[in-house]
Design a protein around this ligand. Structure first.
Ligand SMILES: C[S@@+](CC[C@H](N)C(=O)[O-])C[C@H]1O[C@@H](n2cnc3c(N)ncnc32)[C@H](O)[C@@H]1O
Length: 209
């Protein structure tokens, strides 16, 4: 196994680094795009699988990937324990390829691993892989001169600028976009993050006559 993310070590323990409680944002996504037979979800940077497994429990067909092999191992373990199926594998947000389209595409805590030179291609891919009427949820850490770097910040992570995330969704129907500052204790020391979040719906643009 080649170590390509510090999360490989953080996820090596049998205990779940992020716990197994799903993210609160998922209920908003479920309300905007309720589960039904054939509804599909993509989790980009699924970590140890708490969100992917929860979405599978709700009845979606879930695909999930993460760079950390230990994260995928634990995602598959959690899915087995909850008696659901998640199609989970290792891949890189910078270069991944998936076939088909999804009703919900989300990524939490991972978009900052996207290299500058891959941003344009990523958002084009995101648009192609989202079904019409489908929902995208993304969040990203943004730089604030009055907040220091978090203690568990990786070399590969890059802070975004306030509002930058929103510029990629000008043609989408915005369901919610906001910026919040919140306290976090991951890495063992309390610290603050500033995060931009967008939830948007892909709407077909009528052909001009
Ligand atoms: C803050 S954690 C979030 C994990 C998960 N989404 C959650 O909420 O529990 C960031 C995740 O990004 C993953 N990651 C780091 N670099 C990545 C890359 N280049 N491609 C895909 N995932 C990556 C890490 O392994 C880690 O699981």
């Amino acid at each position: 196994m080649s170590i390509r993310t510090n999360y490989e070590n953080r996820y090596a323990d049998e205990a779940y680094y992020w716990g197994t409680e799903p993210g609160a944002f998922l209920d908003e996504l479920i309300r905007l795009c309720p589960p039904a037979p054939g509804k599909t979800v993509l989790d980009i940077g699924c970590g140890e699988g708490k969100d992917a497994v929860y979405m599978a429990e709700q009845g979606y067909a879930v695909t999930a990937f993460d760079l950390a092999e230990n994260g995928i191992r634990k995602t598959l373990r959690l899915a087995r324990e909850k008696n659901v199926t998640v199609h989970a594998y290792t891949d890189d947000i910078n270069t991944f390829a998936v076939s088909g389209q999804f009703d919900i595409v989300y990524s939490t805590g991972t978009v900052q691993y996207l290299f500058e030179e891959n941003k344009k291609a990523f958002f084009e891919k995101l648009s192609r892989m989202t079904k019409t009427d489908g929902i995208v949820y993304l969040n990203v850490f943004v730089e604030k001169p009055f907040l220091g770097l978090p203690p568990d910040w990786d070399m590969e992570e890059k802070m975004w600028r306030t509002g930058e995330l929103f510029t990629y969704f000008a043609d989408w129907k915005i369901e919610r976009m906001d910026e919040v500052i919140f306290e976090d204790t991951s890495g063992g020391r309390p610290h603050f993050h500033c995060m931009d979040t967008v939830i948007c719906r892909k709407v077909d643009i009528p052909a001009q006559t």
